[in-house]
Design a protein. Sequence first.
Length: 393
Amino acid sequence: MLTLDSDDCLQAGAELISRGIEVRVARRDLDSESLTFHLFDTAEPARVSAIVNRHHHGADKPGRITGAETVQPFRAHFEGQWAAARPLESVLAEKILPRSGAHVGAEEALRSFSRASAKLSLDTRSAENIRPHLAFRDSGRVVFIVGQPGAGKSYIRSKLAARLRSMRLECQSLTDYPYAYLDLLRTVLRIDQPSRNGYKAYDGGAFIAKDEATLAPALRTLERAVRESLQDYEVTLVEFARAELVAALREFESVRCRSQVIHVSAPAGLRLARLSNRAMPPEINVVLDTITLNLSDNHLLPSLAEQTLYATDRIDVLKASPQWRNRIFEIDNGTDGETRIESILDQFIQKVLNPYQPGCRQQLVPARACNLRCVRSFSFAGCWVLLYRSRPG
């Protein structure tokens, strides 16, 4: 269901998410908010239908159209609006904790959540759906995924991103590799000054940096990208490898209080075996005077880089750091069991959620009755697009 960003619409949407219906908040970009429609799917294309209603001069003027081709323009419009809309849980969490706000802590966040729960009459299930958004917005806006090459950082990052999106969290992934590669190209093409010439190119699109100072500009560019991401996403996953993690994370001091760190490790032999199988070069496309370079997470890494630049990541120093030690979650990725990794990531998510759990449960109001049969009688000025799927019989 799509709805609009007003208190009555959000309250109606919260009732529906408590019943397992996915709700998103759409932008107000229709020619007229008085035009509404409902889509009804069936297994037979000829029986697909839509109820279209125009509210004009205080009166509803509904009409029915049938057939997959006739309904298709409305379906296409719905799908476009749906793709551009935001999860209702994200919108509600943003009202409680604005994107630009600082870390407030679980106690203050839950007080704000209690006030919003009372105002919108949220029931238990609605609140449980919103709680992850609240927790990550306050103390997990940025999740750093670090570790040595071959440990499986990209794999963990992709799995975590999928898990967060399944919870309807707005999520983006970033790495420093594209920015380092850009610095390499500038060096090879002699665009930069000789003082920046710390890269050496290898066959297959691989490269090696002379030292971590060479990688510093890429890390600073990544930090700016993270700050920009915070304006549009609830959670930003940030992956990189460094021999001095404490020094590298110092670049992100502005977001430290709202961050978590996942350290991924694996035995040296397994890491080397994984790296030896990584050999996907960049994909290059040329259209007129535009050259596009598509990079892969499965990029080649020279063995010399693993043996020298990334011989260690000094995780012990990071774990002893008073600024970061309570924000570290460790994953031993020594075995490639997908079910095991998903279970471990659920533990990480629960770690973030736990401080925000007890207060939410104490502040809930009783669930309100909601007869889904009467959804179509909601005020069309608010909940203006619904998608139904027919049931047998």
